[in-house]
Design a protein around this ligand. Sequence first.
Ligand code: WT7
Length: 631
Amino acid sequence: MYERSITDSDDFWAEQAEALHWNKGWSAPLCQSNINVENGPVHISWFVGAETNMAYNCLDRHIEAGHGDRVAIFWEGNDEGEERVLTYSELKSMVCRIANYLKSLGVKRGSDVTMYMSLVPELPAAMLACARIGAVHSVVFGGFSAEALSGRILDSQPNVVITSSGTMRGPKPIGLKAIVDDALDICEKHGHTVQHVLMLEQLPLAEVGGSMKPGRDVTWREAVDSQSDECPVEWLPAEAPLFKLYTSGSTGKPKGVLHTTAGYMLGALVTTKYVFDVQPATDVYWCTADCGWITGHTYVAYGPLLLGATQVLFEGVPTWPDAGRCWSIVDKYKVTIVYTAPTAIRALHAKGDAYVTRYSRASLRLLGSVGEPINPEAWRWYHQVVGDGRCPIMDTWWQTETGGHMITPLPGATPLKPGSATLPFFGVEPVVLDEKGNELQGPCEGVLCIKKPWPSMMRTVAGDHARFEQTYFSAYKGYYFTGDGCRRDADGYYWITGRVDDVLNVSGHRIGTAEVESALVEHPSCVEAAVVGVEHPIKGQSIYAFVTLMTGVEPGDALRKELISTVRKIIGPFAAPDVIHWAPGLPKTRSGKIMRRVLRKIAAKEEDQLGDTSTLADPSVVQVLVELRGK
Ligand code: WT7
């Protein structure tokens, strides 16, 4: 099948697309594109001429086939005992009510809608409601701060924001509405007024903060519950924008990765089907990701529903009320497929096997991993302890930009090697390039690029097509540049070695060093900051910040706390540096460029392996920094 997907790509994808409903067919060729900047603007279109609808394919199609009573979502709340069950018919009704309410506000094809919620069924339902009427959703992860949320709202300028009052995250209340209120105040100051805020009632505002602004804010009960259960589908062109999702890069502010309808839908369907071998009638599938990340888009909101499968949606955290929660959920719902991140696996491994082995887990048959390279030790624990040695592990490499899995095993077909994402998925042609951009052959190591467009790839950076071309298509002409390094072994297996740009991966969250640095220099005492990643046993990488203070400012623990809380406030708690290293000066080249390579070695206590430092403007800063480590 892989060979055919490459040599006979049009036929292959056309055949796969038959599983979906099309209101109107496409006109050949399937893919019209140019990804070589030297041949003019980069553009990618799939299924030109076709019309379809994501929500119809996720819901109506299955209901019309007689599966309306099948469970779509088993929802498990943060606290044990909080649970809800939604069938496909019930989910469709919810989606239609939200869609009708959005329409009553004037939301239509191409309108932007931002969501800021925890993982409740209303979140994927709101995403599907947008998809049903052709609106473009932008989900912002509930761990982002008001500042970060306001930046994303200002970029896409929605008239409507959907949120909830607030919820518990583990033992801690989170006031989501209060954060939205603050974010919208910031937006006002920058000249953008959000006209409508729809709020789901979870915890009372009196408990979690936030207030209802008359004329702007409405509760779910008053706005949505009274709407009709029927809402006609908008048939949309294949390339109609489906969503924007903001992600971090090596420079500047987060960019709005734009995905469109048909190609993304087909990618979500086909990867979920083949990589997880989902059997809709019998499997209970559980992806632990939040809908605020791409994994929660493709493998929670869309992939499983496109297949008509039953899934678990879990609002809480894996360690609440204790480290056995995930396996208690597996037993409770007889989960057969679990898809999670190495950071969670390592965190649970550290708590000991007893939390796992006290549950049966007999229903499990397949495990997945995503977000960062999985170290062989974590892989083996996941395989032997969690999966009782019985479940294959799908280590899936992909990105927000790729929309779906790119390098991944297929269960039963691909012999596994712990730590390798193995081989390319259908239609994906990876290449390993040297610094000069030459394609390497056989076993090799270099940067990972992709040679040809695939259906679910991003189409542009929202509002900034030049940045799209610059970021992904200019370093290596004629290829999509992933930002990752990789090794290919003698069996043709790919081993992702991590980012080659200034992007960090902390607990599976993607964070740009430049973003953390610009947050730090917002503090009045900080003149300059340089951020690097250091290896961390649980988080994969942790954030290590070198900070230069204003002349006359004394370093100290109080200031250290202030700097960390500045980052929490501007980006979010998950971006907080673990270490602030006082730096009277930073190692720079004569042209003023910070040598992060040197800083990484100092942070890792490997200053004996600095390599060539002859280009440093002032080599003595290295010794000064080594002496200040831990101070
Ligand atoms: C970056 C993309 C893809 C959904 C979650 C993250 C790293 C992701 C793997 C893996 C090694 C991985 C890469 C990639 N990454 N999956 N299986 N093995 N590295 O999406 O936030 O867009 O981050 O995550 O470095 O470029 P994202």
